[in-house]
Write a protein that binds this ligand. Structure first.
Ligand code: HEC
Length: 447
């Protein structure tokens, strides 16, 4: 997938050299005439855009404008300089003091410098012959061409206004044999209305939502049966993937994959938000299968605190909520996905060592509008009994620009104006261990 970028490995050196030349050359030069040494679009800037920006800034990407051609990029030059200098773009919210992440898109100092001096030199095009080959994006996907695309069978109508209850749709996979999923990507058809989507794997023996319709969208309140209605919110089914604004597809390392047993269904849980415009949405998931049977199975787990600590008092600026759990069995920690709503301010995952010391694995300066997953550069092996802690901080004061109502306490709930505290994380376990087996604690660890 990243192959095309590797062609430009020498680029950094070139960029650094030319940035230094440009800096020297710029002193005393009129801004309007690009100096011979200044970075050019084709040679120096385009490779950075390809590598770090076009995943969103291209036709059909989530960003408002493509940054693919010179003509498309030039009008944005100053905004680009400002946003890369302030590190607003590319979006990334992990505190750099903790952990290393495989999907960290942050620009190097040299790249920021290259872009800045290019803009300062009046954004010269340079020679098109210097351009790297264009990146060939797979037809609308950020994963390679999917082996299977499973859409929700029926589009969902979203009203112009008001709250929309979570909508569920059960989609049968039709898989006649067990499948291992190496990569997957969720694509809403109306991104502006999808607050989140969770796609669960419902294996054939699961009792979850049996009796609910298949292939037809429904909110829990439409279900006739009381027990079914309760059932909706409680499942031990593994998640295949979560989507939220800004989130990226799953790509598990070689030898690791998600397991979808033959004859499973996928359960789409959709949270739509209204924005004054009615629309329909038909979200789909694209799947790339593992080429061979993996050694390890990926499970998505969560640390959540629904009970103790929320409601958050009015005007609280730094309200702290904590939750912890001990790992029932050995596992390799792979990635994190913190989830809060608009009062969310900061989220941390820690290991609490036996001597009481804390080791921070990830600290996110949370932004509700950019819910990202954070993939460890190297899996971290954790022993059974490891004490994992998640801590969330909320800002329910007026200082929080996203706060819809600083004068009221905030309770737990599905809607954006309620709050949540969920620290999702993914682990790899032996391929034959499912979620249920994983939670059987080794006897010596029982207290
Ligand atoms: C993960 C997707 C993503 C990536 C990667 C990304 N952007 Fe963006 N960008 C967006 C979205 C979405 C917006 C509009 C919303 C916003 O401003 O937050 C945006 C907005 C911008 C804007 C502001 C436009 C305006 O209206 O002022 C600039 C400039 C920009 N991006 C430049 C870049 C550059 C340069 C890179 C690469 C170094 C980059 N972006 C990488 C998604 C992305």
């Amino acid at each position: 997938m990243l192959k095309p970028f590797q062609l430009h490995r020498n680029y950094f050196v070139v960029a650094l050299a030319s940035a230094i030349v440009a800096l020297v050359a710029l002193q005393g030069l009129a801004r309007s005439s690009p100096s011979p040494g200044s970075p050019t679009f084709y040679r120096d800037v385009l490779p950075i855009l390809q590598q770090r920006c076009q995943v969103c800034h291209r036709d059909g990407g989530i960003a408002p404008m493509p940054l693919v051609t010179y003509e498309e990029t030039k009008p944005w030059a100053q905004a680009i300089r400002d946003d890369v200098r302030s590190r607003k773009m590319p979006p990334w919210f992990a505190d750099p003091r903790y952990g290393h992440f495989a999907n960290d898109p942050s620009l190097t100092e040299q790249q920021v410098e290259t872009i800045s001096s290019w803009v300062d030199a009046n954004a010269p095009a340079g020679g098109p012959g210097d351009a790297p080959p264009p990146v060939r994006w797979t037809n609308g996907w950020n994963i390679p061409e999917p082996d299977v695309v499973l859409p929700m069978s029926k589009p969902v109508a979203i009203p112009a206004q008001g709250d929309v209850e979570y909508t569920y749709e059960i989609v049968s996979t039709g898989f006649s044999e067990d499948k291992w999923v190496q990569m997957s990507e969720i694509q809403p058809s109306s991104r502006a209305h999808v607050h989140h989507a969770v796609v669960y794997i419902r294996p054939p023996e699961s009792k979850w939502l049996r009796g609910a319709p298949v292939g037809i969208p429904f909110p829990a309140s439409n279900l006739k049966d009381d027990k079914l209605r309760q059932d909706v919110h409680s499942t031990d089914s593994d998640m295949l993937l979560v989507y939220a604004p800004g989130s990226s597809p799953d790509r598990w390392p070689d030898g690791m994959a998600k397991f979808v047993p033959a004859q499973s269904d996928l359960v789409f849980q959709m949270h739509y938000t209204t924005n004054g415009r009615a629309a329909t949405d038909q979200t789909r998931i694209g799947i790339v299968f593992a080429k061979s049977r993996p050694k390890q199975r990926v499970l998505s787990l969560q640390l959540a605190n629904e009970h103790d600590t929320i409601p958050i008092p009015p005007a609280a600026e730094n309200y702290r909520v904590e939750v912890h759990g001990t790992l029932p069995n050995d596992a390799a920690l792979l990635s994190f996905f913190p989830h809060m709503h608009v009062r969310g301010k900061r989220f941390e995952y820690n290991i609490v060592h036996p001597d009481g010391s804390l080791e921070t694995l990830l600290r996110v300066n949370y932004d509700f509008y950019w819910q990202l997953s954070y993939r460890l550069a190297e899996p971290r092996l954790l022993k059974a009994g490891t004490w994992l802690q998640a801590v969330a901080w909320y800002d329910n004061s007026r200082n929080n620009p996203h706060n819809p109502d600083p004068d009221s306490p905030v309770r737990w709930g599905d809607q954006t104006y309620n709050e949540m505290m969920v620290g999702f994380f993914d682990v790899a376990v032996p391929a034959n261990v499912g979620k249920w087996q994983f939670f059987i604690r080794q006897p010596q660890l029982r207290k």
